[in-house]
Design a protein around this ligand. Structure first.
Ligand SMILES: Cc1cc2nc3c(=O)[nH]c(=O)nc-3n(C[C@H](O)[C@H](O)[C@H](O)COP(=O)(O)OP(=O)(O)OC[C@H]3O[C@@H](n4cnc5c(N)ncnc54)[C@H](O)[C@@H]3O)c2cc1C
Ligand SMILES: *[C@@H]1O[C@H](CO)[C@@H](O)[C@H](O)[C@H]1NC(C)=O
Ligand SMILES: *[C@@H]1O[C@H](CO)[C@@H](O)[C@H](O)[C@H]1NC(C)=O
Ligand SMILES: *[C@@H]1O[C@H](CO)[C@@H](O)[C@H](O)[C@H]1NC(C)=O
Ligand SMILES: *[C@@H]1O[C@H](CO)[C@@H](O)[C@H](O)[C@H]1NC(C)=O
Ligand SMILES: *[C@@H]1O[C@H](CO)[C@@H](O)[C@H](O)[C@H]1NC(C)=O
Ligand SMILES: *[C@@H]1O[C@H](CO)[C@@H](O)[C@H](O)[C@H]1NC(C)=O
Length: 499
C-alpha cells in the first residue's frame, strides 16, 4: 500500500466515530438493525455482485467520494444497480425495513452525508453509465452514473451536447440541484432541459415524469429538489446543438491573474448587471492557494462565446486587465468543457457555501473584502479558499420559464450565484469549530441580495437553500404528495426545509 493509501486508511479508521456522532438522521442501534434487515433482504433477492457488504468494489465505492468527509462512512451494504428494477427492489426493501439510505452518482457533493450513509443502504450508480443520442426526438438519454466528460464525448460526433456542468469528473446529481453550465444563458439551468425523468418513488414505484403528464408537478420539483423527490434512474435531456469537434464553433478559454482584484470584481459586477447575450458564458473564481503557510492569489476567468471571437462589449474589461496567463482561441464544445480540467482530485475535506448577489460594484468588492479577512484569519487551515461568481442572466431565467419552469423559480433580472468554498489541509476531516464560526460569520457578511435563490449544489446544509426558492411552498406540497410519511427526510441526509 502506498504511503498516502496507508495514511487514508488510518484516518478512515480513526474518524468513523467522529463522523457518526455528527450524523443526521441520527444513527443508533435500531437504525443499524433496520439497515441490516434491508441488506439481508436484498441479499436474498439480488445477486452478490449487485449487493455488497465488503470486498474491493465495496471499499472503492465507499471511499470514492470527492469530499474526504464522505469517505469515512461505512454503509451496511452498497447496491450497484444495473437497471431501474434493481433500484425499485432496493427502495422497497429500504422502505419496508425502515432503513436509512443514500444515493451517489458522481460523488462531488461537498455536503457531509448527502451522498453516503452510516448504518444504512448506499445506492451507487457506477454500473449505469450509458449515454445515447436520439436524432428523432433530438434528445440525449443519460444513465445516472455517467460523468460529464464521458457524456459529452459520447454524443459529440452528432454535433450535440447535454447541458451539464463545467468540470468533467462531476456527475448527474448536478442536474437535481439545477446545474450551471456554459450553455446556461441560452438553455436555463441544466435541469431546465429535462424532457423525461424516470424516478423510483419512496415506495419503490417507478414513474416517468414529463412536463405534461400526471407527474408534471414531480417533474418540476426534480428541477432543484436534490435527492428529496425520489431516485432518478434515467434522464432524457434536450440535445443542445453545440457542433462537432471539427466545427469549433466556440471561442474563449482561460485567463489567470494574480492581482487587480478590484478591477476583476468591477468587471464581474458589470457583467452581472448588463450582459444578457445567449451566446456568452463566464465563470470568475478568486482563489488563494496556501503553500507552506504563504497565500498566493490565483484569480481566474473563463470567458466563452458561441461564435468566432470574444465580443469586446461583453468581455473587453476582462481582456484589458493585465494577466499572468491568457489561453484564448477557437474551441469545440468539448474543448470548452475541458478548459478547467476534470476536477477529480480526491482526499481533502471540502466545504461549500452559497450567496447570490445583484447590485453595484461595491457589493462585490465588499464580499471580496470580507472573504479576504476570513482567508487571512484562518488560512493556516486551508489548502485553498475560493470566492467564485457565476453570472445568471435574465435570459437564463426566461429560458427556464419557457421550458415549463423549475422549482427554484428565480425572480426576473439577472444575478450572480456566489460560491464560498474552502479546501482543508491534508489529514483534516472535521472542520474545526472556530473555522465554522468564521464561515458562518462570512455568510452573514455576504448575505444574498433580497429575493434571490441560493444554489443547492454549492451550499452549506445549514443555509436551508430550499427556503430561498421562489416556489418553496409549492415544493412542500409536492413533497408530501409523493412522500406522505416523509420517509425520505427522516431517513436520508440532504437539503433541509421539507421536514
Ligand atoms: C470540482 C467541482 C466543480 C463543480 N462545477 C460545477 C459546475 O460547473 N456547475 C454546477 O452546477 N455545479 C458544479 N459543481 C457542484 C455540483 O453540481 C455538485 O457537487 C453536484 O451535487 C455533484 O453531482 P455528483 O453527481 O457529482 O455528486 P453526488 O454527490 O453523487 O450527488 C449529488 C446529490 O444528488 C443526489 N443524487 C445523485 N444522483 C441521484 C439520483 N440519480 N437520484 C436521486 N438523487 C441523486 C445525491 O444523493 C447527492 O445528494 C461542482 C462541484 C465540484 C466539486
Ligand atoms: C434511533 O434513531 C431514530 C431516528 O433515526 C429515532 O426515531 C429512534 O427513536 C432512535 N431510537 C433510539 C432507541 O434511540
Ligand atoms: C463478505 O460478505 C459476504 C456476503 O455478505 C459474507 O458472507 C462474508 O462473511 C463477508 N466477509 C467478511 C470478511 O466480512
Ligand atoms: C504575480 O506574478 C508575477 C509573475 O509571475 C510575479 O512577479 C508577481 O510577484 C506576482 N504577484 C503576486 C501578487 O503574487
Ligand atoms: C471599481 O468601481 C468603483 C465604483 O464603481 C470605482 O470607484 C473604482 O475606481 C473601480 N476600481 C477599479 C480598479 O476599476
Ligand atoms: C493543495 O493545493 C495545491 C495548489 O495550491 C495543489 O497543487 C495540491 O495538490 C493540493 N494538495 C493536495 C494534498 O491535494
Ligand atoms: C475578520 O474575521 C474575523 C474572524 O472571522 C472576525 O472576528 C472579524 O470580525 C473580521 N473583521 C471584519 C472587519 O469583518
Amino acid at each position: 500500500m502506498s504511503r498516502i493509501g496507508a495514511l487514508f486508511l488510518l484516518l478512515t479508521l480513526q474518524q468513523v466515530a467522529t463522523a457518526t456522532s455528527t450524523l443526521f438522521p441520527p444513527s443508533n442501534a435500531s437504525t443499524a438493525a433496520a439497515a441490516r434487515l434491508a441488506c439481508h433482504q436484498l441479499e436474498t433477492t439480488l445477486s452478490s455482485s449487485i449487493v455488497q457488504t465488503n470486498g474491493t468494489e465495496y471499499e472503492s465505492a465507499a471511499t470514492d467520494a470527492w469530499n474526504l468527509q464522505n469517505t469515512v462512512f461505512r454503509p451496511t451494504c452498497i447496491v450497484f444497480p444495473r437497471v431501474a428494477g434493481h433500484v425499485q427492489v432496493a427502495m422497497k426493501a429500504i422502505f419496508d425495513a425502515g432503513s436509512h439510505y443514500a444515493v451517489q452518482a458522481g460523488g462531488h457533493s461537498a455536503m457531509q452525508g448527502w451522498n453516503t450513509v452510516q448504518d444504512g443502504v448506499l445506492i451507487v450508480f457506477s454500473e449505469m453509465k450509458i449515454a445515447s443520442y436520439d436524432p428523432v426526438r433530438d434528445s440525449i438519454t443519460l444513465e445516472p452514473g455517467i460523468r460529464w466528460v464521458d457524456a459529452i464525448a459520447a454524443v459529440e460526433a452528432f454535433g450535440v451536447a447535454p447541458a451539464g456542468g463545467r468540470l468533467g469528473d462531476i456527475g448527474t446529481g448536478l442536474l437535481l440541484g439545477g446545474g450551471l453550465s456554459y450553455l446556461a444563458a441560452s438553455q436555463g439551468y441544466s435541469a431546465d432541459t429535462f424532457m423525461e425523468v424516470d424516478v423510483v418513488l419512496v415506495n419503490g414505484e417507478l414513474v416517468t415524469a414529463t412536463a405534461t403528464n400526471k407527474y408534471s408537478d414531480l417533474f418540476r420539483a426534480l428541477k432543484g429538489g436534490g435527492n428529496r423527490f425520489g431516485i432518478v434512474t434515467r434522464y432524457e435531456l434536450q440535445a443542445i446543438h453545440t457542433g462537432t469537434e471539427e466545427d469549433s464553433e466556440w471561442f474563449g478559454g482561460l485567463i489567470l491573474y494574480n492581482s487587480s482584484a478590484e478591477a476583476i470584481l468591477n468587471a464581474t459586477a458589470r457583467y452581472t448587471r448588463e450582459v444578457n447575450d445567449p451566446k456568452a458564458a463566464l465563470l470568475i473564481s478568486m482563489s488563494i492557494q496556501i503553500i507552506d503557510g504563504v497565500g498566493s492569489p490565483v484569480y481566474l476567468a473563463t470567458p466563452f462565446y458561441n461564435g468566432p471571437a470574444l465580443p469586446e462589449d461583453i468581455f473587453g474589461e476582462f481582456l484589458s486587465i493585465p494577466a499572468m496567463v491568457s489561453q484564448l482561441g477557437p474551441l469545440s464544445y468539448s474543448g470548452v468543457a475541458e478548459t478547467l480540467g476534470l476536477g477529480d482530485q480526491r482526499g481533502l475535506t471540502q466545504h461549500f457555501g452559497a450567496s447570490a448577489l445583484l447590485g453595484d460594484d461595491s457589493l462585490f468588492l465588499d464580499a471580496f473584502n470580507h472573504w479576504t479577512n476570513f482567508t487571512t484569519t484562518y488560512q493556516d487551515n486551508f489548502n485553498s479558499t475560493t470566492l467564485a461568481f457565476t453570472p445568471i442572466t435574465e435570459l437564463q431565467i426566461q429560458a427556464g420559464r419557457n421550458k415549463g419552469g423549475n422549482i427554484i423559480n428565480a425572480p426576473h433580472g439577472g444575478f450572480a450565484a456566489v460560491q464560498i468554498y474552502q479546501t482543508f489541509n491534508p489529514g483534516v476531516v472535521d472542520i474545526p469549530a472556530n473555522v465554522q464560526d468564521g464561515i458562518n460569520l462570512l455568510f452573514k457578511q455576504i448575505p444574498p441580495s433580497p429575493g434571490l435563490p441560493l444554489y443547492l449544489n454549492e451550499c452549506d446544509e445549514e443555509q436551508e437553500v430550499f427556503k430561498s426558492y421562489g416556489d418553496y411552498e409549492l415544493m412542500r406540497e409536492i413533497y408530501v404528495k409523493y412522500d406522505p410519511t416523509k420517509y425520505n427526510v427522516n431517513h436520508m441526509r440532504g437539503p433541509l426545509g421539507l421536514e
